[in-house]
Each structure stands twice: as C-alpha cells, then as structure tokens.
Design a binder for this molecule. Sequence first.
Ligand code: PLP
Length: 631
Amino acid sequence: MDIENLNTNGFPDESELEKIANQLFKSAPGGLQNNSGFSEQVHNQYEHNDTLKQSDGVNDLGKISQNLVNNNNLGFGKVTKSVAGSGISPSAINHPSDFSLEDPQTSLPDPHFYNGQIPKSVAGSGKSPSLQNQDLTHGNVTSHNKLPFETEQPFEHELKEVLSQINSTFPSSQLPHVSAFGINENSYYFLTGQNPLQYGNQLFGGANQNQNTHGISSYVKPPFDINLVKADFPILKERVNGKPLIWLDNAATTQKPKLVIDRINHFYEHENSNIHRAAHELAARSTDAYEAARKKVQHFINAGSVNEIVFVRGTTEAINLVAQSWGDQNLNTGDEIIVSNLEHHANIVPWQILAAKKGLKLRVIPVDDDGQILLDEYAKLFNSKTKLVSFTHVSNALGTVTPAQQMIEMAHANGAKVLLDGAQSVSHMRVDLQKLNPDFFVFSGHKVFGPTGIGVLYGREEILNSMQPWQGGGNMIKDVTFEHTEYHNAPGRFEAGTGNIADAVGLGAAIDYVNKIGIDLINQYEHGLLVYGTNLLKQVPGLRLVGTAADKASVLSFTLDGFTNDQVGQELNKEGIAVRTGHHCAQPILRRFGLESTVRPSLAFYNTCADVDALVTVLHRLKSNQKRSLF
Ligand code: PLP
C-alpha cells in the first residue's frame, strides 16, 4: 500500500493515514465499526429514567432513581480490569468500536506522538523510543556520549521486578493484556521491546498491518497501546512550540478524557436545569445526574454513606469549610492544631486564620532529609489541647506518601479529629476511607481528570450533622421563618445556593474513567514510571532530587546546578514539555530544604517512559551545552 501524500518531514499526511487505516480495519476480521454517531450514542447511553417526574427536594433524594448508577451508562461495569501499564486503552477493552478509524480522536495513533513512529517502549530495555525519534541534533547532541536511557540500565532488573508485581498482585485472568495476547506473563511489551503490533495481530487475527515502503506500518496500531490511553485525552494532541505536548504538570492539574468533556457537553445539551426544586423533566434529569455523581464519589473513596459526600469548589474550599464550621464551633483559646511540614498553603492558611481569630496554636510535624514524616516527633506533639491533626496524604512538592493510616490512628488515640488532604492522592492510589478512618477527607475534581471548580468534602455523617452551616441560603434549609430557620442534614446543609451541577456530573464521569482503568493498576504503572524517571534524573550531572522518600507518588522535584528553575522550565517548554517551576504553594517544605523553588515534573497514567526520556534529554543537553561553554 503506497502513501501518496507525504508532508515536509517525509511523514505521511494524517488524513491520508486515516484513509489507509480505515481500509485496513474494514478488512480486519470482525472489523471495527464506524463510530461517527458518537454524540447520539452518548445521548442514548444517558437515556433518562422516567420514574422521577417531579422535584422531590433535598429530603427526598433517596427516591431519586439510581438509574445512572445502576445502569452504569458508559458500560464501565462490564470489564473490571484494565490496563495501565499494559498499554491497553480502557476504551479499547469495553468499546472496541470506539476505535473506529472514522474517529480520529480515538482511533488513529496520532503521528504527532513520537514524531510519527510507534515508540518501541523502553522501560528497562535500555532503549529509548524518543531517542530513535527525536531530533537530537537540536541542542548539539549529534555526536553525544550515550545518554543513560540509551544504555543498559543498572535499575533494569529492579523495574522489571516492580512491574512483574503487577501480575502477581492481580490474577493473570484479570489482566487482559497478558492472557489475551499470549505474551510472557511476567513482562510487558515495553520491557521486552517487542512491537505491540504483534499482539494486535493476535487480537484481530492478523489484520493487514503490512509494512509499506515508508515503514509506516507502526501507525496502524491496535487499540490497546498506551498511546491510545493518551488518545482518550484530546489535549495531548496539542503541539507546543511545534512539538507534541508532553504534559508533566499533573500535580497542578490533570488533563480531561474526551468522555468527561462529552459528559459535560451532554449535560448542557440534554439535562441542564437547577436541581431538587422543580416539577419538570429536566429537573429530574439534572438531579439524577448530580446525585449519581455523588454516589460515584462515595464508592470511589469508599465512604460509608452518600450523605457524607459534600460537593464544594475544591480542596481549598473544603478545608476552609471545615475550619469555619467545625473549627469555629469546636476550638477554643489555647487549643492546638497539628499540621505537617509538607502541607500545601491550602492546609496551612485556613488554620492560621482560625488560630488568629480564636487564639489557637499551630504545631508542625517535622520531616527528615528525604521528606518523610518523623513519626517520633509527631508523637511528641500531642497533649490534652490537641484537637485536630490536618495533613496531606501525598506531598504536592516532594511526592512523599505519608503514613496516613498510622498517623490517623495516633491522632484518634490522642482524642484528636483528623482531616486528610487527598488532593494529590486520589488520582494515584486507592483511597479507602472506611479503612483509613479520617474524620474529614478532601480532594479536587480537576486533579483526578475531572473539571475545575468542583471538589469534595467527605465528613463522618454524625460530625457533619453536628456542624453549623458555613453559608446560608437556598437548598440547605428545611424551613424558614423570620424568627427561625431549620437546616437540612448533610450534604444539603453545606450546599447552599446553586452548586456546580454540570461539573459534579463531569467529576462522576472522570471517576468512571479511572475505575475503568483500575486505580490499583494505575498505582503500579505509575510506580514503575516513577522508578524509571528517578533513576534517569539521578544520572543527570548536577541534578538534585528534592524529596527522596521511600514511598512516593507522581512527583519528581529537582533543581539543576547552574540553571535557575525558570530557565529549566523554559527550555523544557521549548520542547513542548510542561512542568511546574516555583514554590508549588508549599513554601515551608521547600525552605526546609533551603530552597525557594524547584522544577517539578509530575506523572499521571497517560505518561510514558518516552515522556520521561524527552524530559531527561533536554536536561542532558542543557548540561552538555553548559560544559562546552565553560571551555
Ligand atoms: N492540597 C494539596 C496537597 C494540593 O496539591 C493542592 C493543589 O495543588 C491543594 C491542596 C489545593 O487544591 P485546589 O487548588 O484544587 O483547591
């Protein structure tokens, strides 16, 4: 099969590729189907129940149909296991037809990725896809010494072991990429360096994935490559400074899968109404969708009751709510609040404001030189005045995973309540609130692939119902006279006024997406990626990793000798690589390490070893240019 139109780089034109790919897949056994009627399909998936024809008000939420929940409209319940790390797109598992090549969003591997070639992925293989594909002449690295990922990696064995644990943790029967494609059960294609196409042949019975004279067979990827997970996120096809976007700023915010974008769109096209208050069909639809999202959140964090889930704007608002409601009501002069040195400003400032108002004392748990909580020192902070411990599950500046379970138990043993800040944990690890047992848990939707402007306060039901409202208005009342107002119980009590209905629904869709991949597999895949990135960064001359805890998630903070953090950020940006530089709203912990800022790449499950390679390549280039300019 010949390609007629080549672009200036000698790569085939995208629409040309689409045409070819369509031909190929039409001829594949059981060939993939057209998905062009997507929006209608979504509408049908969200077919509304008819049982609720009138508004029942907050008191009657229980009557609201669980249609959305039970029917699991997007089909997420059908396949429990997924794929992070396997390179299998979640959509591919449940919706092979979603990968119709009529839909470039979800079908064609984007030639922007990796400059048009499938990366023979690399973790532990010692071979870099980016190296094969990147133009290393940029930055004068043409005749360079081998970069670390070009050579056999000393940590290869370690990484293999980490990734092989994925198989031992989950029965292989639950790992479709292993059993379905007949590969070595203890390895991944990106470990073996095998071309994932061959698994595609097995899956699709040897579809016509012929090599053509331009060597572009790798474009025609089967729908289970990690790049198809990327393809679920439309923004990852953006180009920045002429380069494919590599999003490594996930601790600041995560990108949104198309499914979330479509779900919000669908809400405004078919469901938009205020909730709880009207006697018409659209009020029923929007109330259903909103309350279904609450239920999804409840299951996602394993809260005991749906009434424990309060929708707020985000983590910051949730913490302020607790401070201004529970804190103001229950804390008195001389009482003490413990926070850790790792906290984001959002978990410091609200307590300081409250402390100033009420004469409270803030005490701080120190960390060691790796950024780990010093449990002995923590134990020493408790006394009879300690009323609250408020700390982060994962540090946004260092990536430290705190020993939350133990810390919560210690707080409870000392009679203190606990607020756990889950802003950086929910997208990377399983959160089981019935096991962890904090009194409050907070997170933001936008950090878990959902929209901005929506977040969650979890509170133990009896505590929430004993708390004073923090805002008054509609929706949160049972009865109002000029003399007296009676409030609803949680969650309505804390949701005064019209909330962010559409984005709550979008958050529900984001949770569906994460569930479909499987949070445990996400956790393990990302762990492998973190090990990979850590080891490569360590080999960059003059690079100081900031935050070297044994238990970390996502974050790889560093400084680079001879460069300001902004310079590094800007150089990375020139290559389309997005990282955060600055103090990350966590000045106290950076100052603990004698720093005002760092460069902070942070990973999510749609990142790959190739993304990490691209990052490290720029850092090596900076260092080698610096060395040259010294001579
Ligand atoms: N807590 C932590 C640990 C964070 O990382 C962040 C945001 O980066 C926040 C709180 C504040 O989150 P938001 O800005 O979404 O309210």
